[in-house]
Design a protein around this ligand. Structure first.
Ligand SMILES: Cc1ncc(COP(=O)(O)O)c(C=O)c1O
Length: 336
């Protein structure tokens, strides 16, 4: 992916896909400028593990999360997303107390209707406020075209993405026209990488899922291999129906269904602890046999596991912990 983005865009892969410092380090070695995270927990854990440049592409609200962001900022170059002036003030105060600083991207809603300011005028107000607040550095704008990235029809995906990016770029221009430099324009996912990642105005691409791929993203983009599978055991067979010991608690589940690349088959359903598979044709799959299942949506799958078994040529060569999995508690937090 680092090679497929086109200058001046650089890759800042979303680490929610893997939550693992070893994968993040490989991405940086391959040319990424740092990583993106969704949570302060991911940012703090990856910063502690030595990842040096982190964007939290999400609003950080409340003293506990802000404290975590400040912790991440003490170990890495930190940038955060903001869509409200009060939130910027809270971040500024906490960073000042810690004698630390963070970059800020004003988060712009470019069509998803999730977080983000709703207009260029509002973005300018937030950018102005951020520029004047101590310990914050206004760097630019970000948006996420999540409503476009899994659109299966290429022409519609292109049209929607161009419209979403136009909104982000117009916002950046409005801020610039009012005398505030905008250095960073950050956006993009795997499904839009070749549109957003080749736009001459976009400086950072936040795509994440490409690293492992899954059935949701393979339905939209090609050219990236499946790298993450869940190892399942056949626990029951009746005719052409096979039952696997993986389910929603190990595979996770989104759409489309998971697949078993090595075996002609279709997945009838995924339950809590079982997956029921219909084999196609005559096959000698026995109870006890192990097979690899490609999940629907890796970011949800990985969060159900503690570690990766790293396989090279069918041999487990390493075990990499998911340092940032789960809801975000750690020994430093009081759990009541
Ligand atoms: C803000 C943001 N940026 C980037 C991404 C990465 O998208 P993908 O997993 O399709 O690569 C996401 C995914 O949800 C996101 O929420």
């Amino acid at each position: 992916m680092a090679e497929r983005v086109r200058f001046p865009t650089r890759l800042r892969p979303h680490a929610k896909t893997h939550k693992c410092s070893q994968v993040a380090a490989l991405q940086i070695e391959a040319g990424a400028i740092g990583v993106t995270t969704a949570t302060v927990w991911e940012a703090a854990a990856l910063a502690r593990a030595g990842i040096g440049d982190i964007l939290i592409a999400n609003e950080i609200v409340g003293p506990a999360k802000i404290a975590r962001a400040v912790e991440a900022g003490s170990a890495a170059r930190l940038t955060v997303a903001v869509d409200a002036i009060d939130n910027a003030k809270d971040l500024s105060a906490a960073l000042a107390d810690a004698d630390s600083e963070a970059g800020v991207l004003v988060d712009v809603d470019i069509g998803m209707g999730r977080c983000g300011v709703r207009s260029a005028a509002e973005a300018l107000e937030v950018a102005n406020a951020v520029s004047q607040l101590p310990n914050l550095r206004f760097d630019g704008v970000m948006g996420f075209e999540g409503h476009c990235s899994l659109e299966p029809r290429r022409d519609k995906r292109t049209r929607l993405t161009r419209a979403a990016l136009a909104k982000l770029l117009e916002t950046a221009e409005h801020i610039r026209a009012n005398g505030i430099p905008v250095e960073t324009i950050s956006a993009g996912g795997t499904g839009t990488f070749d549109l957003t990642g080749t736009d001459p105005n976009v400086t950072e691409l936040q795509a994440g899922s490409y690293a492992f791929m899954d059935t949701a993203h393979a339905a939209v983009v090609s050219g990236f291999d499946f790298a993450l599978t869940v190892l399942a055991t056949v626990i029951s067979r009746h005719g052409s129906t096979v039952v696997l010991d993986v389910g929603k608690k190990t595979l996770g589940l989104e759409t489309p269904a998971p697949i078993i690349p090595t075996t002609p088959s279709s997945i009838r359903y995924v339950a809590e602890e079982h997956t029921v598979v219909d084999l196609e044709g005559v096959q000698s799959m026995k109870v006890g046999q192990q097979i690899e299942v490609v999940p629907s949506y890796c970011p949800v799958t990985v969060n159900l596991h503690d570690a990766y078994l790293v396989v090279d040529d069918d041999v487990v060569v390493d075990v990499w912990p998911l340092v940032a999995r789960g809801a975000g508690w750690s020994s430093g937090d009081a759990i009541r």
